[in-house]
Design a protein around this ligand. Structure first.
Ligand code: S3P
Length: 168
C-alpha cells in the first residue's frame, strides 16, 4: 500500500488533515516536523536559529530517503520539503502526493504562524514566498485539493480522489 503524502504551504492544514485522514483510514500518521523535532531535541525554530536552514533541509532530505522505504503511512511534510527535487522523487517513489492548495492569504490571516521561522517577515513576504514555491508544490503533486471549508471536507476530498489509486 502506498504512502499518502500531504504537501503545501506552512499552516495550510497538513498536520490537522493528516491526523484525521489517518484516523479515518486506520493508518499510521507521521508528521515530518515532529520526527525531526524529536530526533534533534529541538524544534524547527531552534534548528534554524542554531544550525541554519541548510542544516534543517539536509535533515529533511535524510528523512525523505527513509520514508521512501516505508509504506501505508499518512505523511505530513514540512512546507519546504518539496524545494529539493531529490525529496520529491523520494516522496513520490512510494507515495501519492496531495497538494493542499489553500489560499495563502487565508493562511496568513487565519493561522497562528509564530512557530514558523520563515513566516516572520510579514504578509507580503509570506505571499511572495508562496509564489516562488508554487511551481515546486504543483510539480510535486499527483492531486490538488482546493476545499478548505472544514478539515472534514478537505479529508473528504482527499478520500474521493484516493479511490482512483485504490489498486496501487
Ligand atoms: C517550513 C515549514 C514548516 C517547518 C519549517 C520550514 C517551510 O513546516 O518545516 O518551519 O519552509 O515552509 P509546516 O509546513 O508544517 O509549517
Amino acid at each position: 500500500m502506498k504512502n499518502i503524502v500531504l504537501v503545501g504551504m506552512m499552516g495550510c492544514g497538513k498536520t490537522t488533515c493528516g491526523k484525521l485522514l489517518a484516523e479515518k483510514l486506520g493508518r499510521t500518521f507521521l508528521d515530518c516536523d515532529l520526527v525531526i523535532t524529536e530526533r534533534e531535541g529541538r524544534n524547527p525554530t531552534q534548528i534554524f536559529a542554531e544550525s541554519g536552514e541548510q542544516y534543517f533541509r539536509d535533515v529533511e532530505t535524510a528523512l525523505c530517503h527513509e520514508l521512501e522505504e516505508q509504506e501505508g503511512l499518512i505523511i505530513a511534510t514540512g512546507g519546504g520539503m518539496v524545494l529539493r527535487q531529490e525529496n520529491v522523487d523520494a516522496l513520490r517513489k512510494n507515495g501519492v502526493v496531495f497538494l493542499l492548495n489553500r489560499s495563502v492569504e487565508s493562511i496568513f490571516d487565519g493561522e497562528d504562524l509564530t512557530d514558523r521561522p520563515l513566516a516572520q517577515k510579514g504578509r507580503q513576504d509570506f505571499i511572495d514566498r508562496f509564489e516562488a514555491r508554487r511551481p515546486f508544490y504543483f510539480g510535486a503533486a499527483h492531486e490538488v485539493i482546493t476545499d478548505f471549508s472544514t478539515p472534514e471536507a478537505t479529508v473528504g476530498a482527499i478520500l474521493a480522489k484516493l479511490k482512483e489509486y485504490e489498486n496501487d
